[in-house]
Every structure is written in structure tokens, then in C-alpha cells.
Design a protein around this ligand. Structure first.
Ligand SMILES: [Zn+2]
Length: 136
């Protein structure tokens, strides 16, 4: 006597898999958002080979470009003829590494440090953000 076996697949397993698939994309998206800690930028003081030396300045970001920021700060100079101090502004172009590009926006107070000349106008590199821009 031969009895045919009937396959009875449980539907519960399939449902379980479907639920997992729904959750997975959300987890992957979360990982991408937090994985900006590394970058392939060669001229990055944190991950690349760029060394910093020399002078350090703090100033406001007044313009932002791709991989570059313009930092401005005030300094006082003494004018002997008038025996008074005058305010002067200094603008410096600084390299902005890829990994911190999204964190920095116009108006922020940042610290920049001197490095080897990266181009005709860029001899400084972004080191850290001190303060967010002040909202009025
Ligand atoms: Zn980096």
C-alpha cells in the first residue's frame, strides 16, 4: 500500500520572512547616515596624509565651495601716524575635507590650521568647528 505524502507548507514562515524584508531597508539607511566618519580624501587631516603645522586661526565662514571654505576674521593693527588702532579683516581660503563638508555651513565659527600649499590660494585646512552660526 502506497500512501502519497501531502506537502503542507506552513504559511507562517513566509510571513516571517516578509516582515524581515520590511525592516531591513530601514536599518541599512540608518547605517549609511552614521557612516560618514571615514572618507577617501587624501588631503584630510583626520583620515588622509595631510599634516598641519604653523599658524592657527579662528574665524567665521563667509563662503562655502566644494571642498573649500572662505574664513574671515578681524584683527587690530596700530597706525602710528594717528596713534590709534584700526580694524582690518583677513580672508583666508581653507580646505574643507569631504568627511566634514555637511557639518559646516556659512556663518559658523571654525578653527583653521596652516598646512602645505594645496593650491595657489589654499594654504590652510579646516580643523574643527567651534560654534554654530548665531541665529537672530
Ligand atoms: Zn576625512
Amino acid at each position: 500500500m502506497n500512501k502519497k505524502k501531502t506537502d503542507t507548507k506552513t504559511k507562517k514562515q513566509k510571513e516571517g520572512k516578509a516582515k524581515l524584508a520590511e525592516i531591513m531597508p530601514a536599518k541599512e539607511a540608518g547605517k549609511e547616515a552614521t557612516a560618514i566618519a571615514e572618507c577617501n580624501d587624501r588631503n584630510c587631516p583626520f583620515h588622509g596624509r595631510l599634516r598641519t603645522r604653523g599658524r592657527t586661526f579662528e574665524g567665521r565662514v563667509i563662503r562655502k565651495f566644494h571642498k573649500r571654505i572662505t574664513v574671515e576674521f578681524e584683527r587690530m593693527i596700530y597706525i602710528r601716524k594717528y596713534e590709534r588702532f584700526a580694524r582690518k579683516k583677513t580672508k583666508i581660503h581653507a580646505r574643507l575635507p569631504e568627511c566634514v563638508e555637511k557639518q559646516v555651513s556659512i556663518g559658523d565659527l571654525v578653527q583653521i590650521r596652516e598646512c602645505r600649499p594645496l593650491s595657489k590660494i589654499i594654504h590652510f585646512v579646516f580643523v574643527k568647528k567651534i560654534k554654530d552660526k548665531e541665529e537672530k
